[in-house]
Design a protein around this ligand. Structure first.
Ligand code: UT7
Length: 323
């Protein structure tokens, strides 16, 4: 018997406030037309004053538990992927753990910027396969609005706040076609750390800092590395890209989604896109997009689904699962 880690529930949370491109154009030298044409983004959600990352993550976690028909009592470990924690420490995961009334198990944060959810899938899969915990709550939660330079038109139009969560359960099976995570593969290369970074932090500046990006260079690396890691992940899993039903990409820019689909000859209709509504919510973007496609009935139980992401570091990765 082998262990397969199955997604039992998925939930999301988006702050109430919606910031449109038109509103942004009143603040910086940009236009709704430019943002839509170059990125596909129409709007983003922004956390309210005092609404912090753990609030977003908690609401997404509750929704995922509800969807799984479980409570925090059923969870053994919480992994929260975030680059915008409430505080330098303790981990946002332990703050969420406390709010869930969970006093057992373990909770920790994971920082891989926009690839955080993919790294989380990789880590949760390994933890559950190692045989200790049976159920993991994996959360991607971000308030990038707090680290955006709202005067930099090159970045402020691209990001939004949000959270997504999944409950993953270890199941013993000898059926090769059983649902669950089939394979995941993550990569990083610190040579490119200066192309997408935050210019502050506890040790270096004792400040929080602002996001800085060489957009054009990041764009090119993203298309190339995402396509390669998807090929590698599929090959390592012994699956053809053509046999995958749905692709759930990180939602940074519609042109990146289109570029990767073209490179891999993927039907654009099989690529889930929520970038227009959410913009780039970093580690929350993959579960937010997956949730949309599960809830509207596109992704069904038994479908082969590939997740992918690319972000600061650079970090990147892909995961293949049977939903
Ligand atoms: O999640 C992690 C990964 N992040 C990403 O994947 C983001 C990757 N990068 C991108 O999505 C794109 O590179 C951007 C959307 C950031 C920029 O699009 P681009 O097609 O690469 O534009 P560009 O940076 O080459 O800039 C083209 C022009 C420039 O003007 P000039 O020099 O040609 O006169 C920019 O100054 O567009 C200008 N520009 C803008 N104009 C209006 C840049 N931002 C804006 C803006 N509104 N918001």
């Amino acid at each position: 018997m082998a262990v397969r880690n199955v997604i039992r529930g998925i939930g999301t949370y988006l702050p109430e406030r919606v910031l449109t491109n038109v509103e942004l154009a009143a603040r910086v030298d940009t236009s709704d037309e430019w943002i839509r044409e170059r990125t596909g983004i129409k709007q983003r959600h922004i956390a309210a004053d005092g609404e912090v990352t753990s609030d977003l993550g908690y609401h997404a976690a509750m929704a995922a538990l509800d969807d799984a028909g479980m409570t925090a009592a059923d969870i053994d470990v919480i992994v929260c992927a975030t680059s915008t924690p409430d505080l330098t420490f303790p981990a946002t995961a332990t703050i969420i753990q406390e709010r869930l009334g969970m006093h057992h198990g373990a909770a920790f944060d994971l920082q891989a910027v926009c690839s955080g959810f993919l790294y989380g899938v990789n880590v949760a899969d390994a933890l559950l396969k190692a045989g200790g915990p049976k159920r993991a709550l994996l959360i991607g939660a971000e308030t990038f609005s707090c680290i955006i330079d709202w005067e930099d038109r090159g970045t402020c139009v691209l990001f939004g706040d949000g959270a997504g969560a999944v409950v993953i359960e270890a199941v013993e099976t000898d059926d090769d076609d059983a649902p669950g995570i089939l394979h995941s593969y993550v990569r990083s290369d610190g040579r490119y750390r200066d192309m997408l970074y935050v210019d502050g932090g506890p040790s270096k500046t004792q400040t929080v800092g602002h996001l800085r990006m060489l957009g054009n260079a990041v764009f090119k690396h993203a298309v190339t590395e995402i396509a390669q890691v998807m090929r590698d992940c599929a090959e390592q899993a012994g699956v053809e890209i053509a046999d995958i039903d749905w692709f759930v990409p990180h939602q940074a820019n519609q042109r990146i989604l289109n570029g990767v689909a073209k490179k891999l000859k993927i039907d654009p209709d099989s690529v889930i896109s929520t970038v227009a509504l959410h913009a780039n919510t970093s580690s929350a973007s993959v579960p937010l997009a997956m949730h949309a496609a599960v809830k509207d009935g596109r992704i069904k139980r038994g479908d082969l689904v590939m997740l992918e992401a690319f972000g600061g570091g650079f970090t990147w990765g892909a995961a293949l699962l049977r939903y």
